[in-house]
Design a protein around this ligand. Structure first.
Ligand code: ZN
Ligand code: ZN
Length: 414
């Protein structure tokens, strides 16, 4: 068991800096029973900070696996209305949402990939209305991770369960700045750095970003009116900041859904639907994947791309310097929240409407016209490395270096 005091600091950071919980506000937590001990610490802290009600949606990996093994498909693909309503009721009440993620990256490796894909799609469809609240920053939300035995041993294979969990807690505390004297202040400073980067890019208004690395030669057109975001987000219609991801090291925007051309190679494994996709590449023409390869997890990748029309187009483009603290740990986390913040990444599927001027107020047709992708899915995968060069093309057609050898060449203070 990791230092209780550190866990309390982590819980408090997630509530203050993560969801920015307000007095009298309700809190909904998604967590797993393996993380019960930590989750209870969070719940207690939330009440101490003035939460009026805390609901925990418990998940249990072993029960999830049993359901996939034994339940008929119509059960796996049918999300009951009461489950949807429960989420929506909290969202409509302006509740904060904290996701405490700690899944086993190999949980569903022996389950038929098409069965997993159908169930994943059904759940995404059911949560469509609820997702509008998070994707448009209409409720404060945050995702954090805590160690489980399986996950920890995946990262530290030689260690016992207890040793591996302890080692992962240590990594998490460092990466999420819980080990700092005042983590909340450390996050304020970090958010300022990310704000400088995104404000600089918002002024440059690049037409296009061109990525070159071994196996990668691709150009991403950026829509007119695109907005770079990163670090803390603003709760819609208020002056309240919250941090959707902890850790976060990225600044991100959306590529034009019809303006991506070339081939991009993955640089880290992607865990999707309880399966691993590794050493894969995608070729795009006019924004759509027209060819793909994968050394591992080909079927899972195929099902992901076939989720719907928008799943084979992009919804996010994020820049992360290769010297980010997570990257420096030298570890592969097999967890997108951690791995995406160690590497430049792109996401297949839905774009955040908030990455476009006026996007949150547009209907589906208008979003499409502006190049904003829509899909049931949004799956990030990693394409950054120490070999990555990025050029930005400005409105007058000039090309300038943005990244060389995996890191910024721009001076944000200039
Ligand atoms: Zn991202
Ligand atoms: Zn993303």
């Amino acid at each position: 068991m990791a230092d209780k005091q550190m866990q309390e600091k982590y819980a408090e950071l997630a509530l203050r800096t993560g969801v920015n919980l307000q007095k009298g506000q309700a809190l909904m937590i998604n967590s797993s029973i393996e993380g019960a001990e930590f989750t209870r610490i969070v719940v207690k802290k939330a009440y101490e900070l003035g939460a009026k009600n805390v609901l925990v949606n418990w998940a249990d990996d072993e029960l999830t696996l049993m359901k996939y093994q034994y339940a008929p498909e119509e059960v796996l693909t049918n999300v009951p209305q009461w489950q949807i309503d429960k989420q929506l009721d909290f969202a409509k009440d302006g509740a904060a949402l904290l996701a405490i993620r700690s899944t086993n990256p190999d949980l569903l490796k022996d389950i038929d990939a098409s069965k997993v894909a159908k169930a994943t799609k059904a759940s995404a469809e059911a949560m469509k209305e609820f997702r509008k609240y998070t994707m448009n920053d209409r409720i404060p939300w945050s995702i954090i991770s805590i160690p489980t035995g399986d996950w920890s041993q995946k990262i530290f294979p030689g260690k016992s369960v207890e040793e591996a969990k302890e080692a992962l807690w240590e990594q998490i505390f460092t990466i999420v700045r819980v080990d700092k004297e005042d983590p909340v202040a450390a996050w304020d400073e970090h958010n300022l750095t990310l704000r400088k980067a995104r404000e600089f890019l918002n002024k440059r208004k690049y037409k296009k970003l061109v990525f070159k690395a071994p196996g990668t030669d691709i150009s991403f057109e950026l829509p007119e009116g695109h907005i770079w975001k990163g670090g803390s987000a603003k709760l819609a219609g208020t002056d309240l900041d919250f941090n959707p991801n902890m850790p976060t090291e990225e600044v991100f925007t959306m590529p034009h859904k019809y303006g991506v051309n070339g081939t991009v190679a993955s640089t880290k494994p992607l865990i999707y639907g309880g399966n691993m996709i590794d050493n894969f590449s995608l070729t795009f023409k006019d924004g759509k994947v027209v060819d793909f390869q994968a050394e591992k997890g080909y079927d899972t990748l195929k099902h992901l791309l076939e989720t719907d029309e928008g799943a084979s187009r992009l919804g996010e483009l994020a820049l992360v310097p290769h010297e980010s603290p997570i990257s420096q740990s030298g570890l592969i986390f097999y967890n997108t929240l951690y791995d995406e913040n160690a590497s430049c990444h792109i996401a297949l599927g839905k774009a955040y409407p908030t990455n476009l001027e006026g996007g949150s107020a547009m209907n589906e047709e208008e979003l499409d016209k502006h190049g904003v992708n829509d899909s049931l899915t949004h799956v990030d995968f990693m394409i950054g490395s120490a070999d990555l060069d990025i050029d930005g093309v400005t409105a007058d057609g000039k090309s300038e270096a943005v990244f060389r050898k995996g890191t910024w060449t721009l001076d944000f203070n200039a």
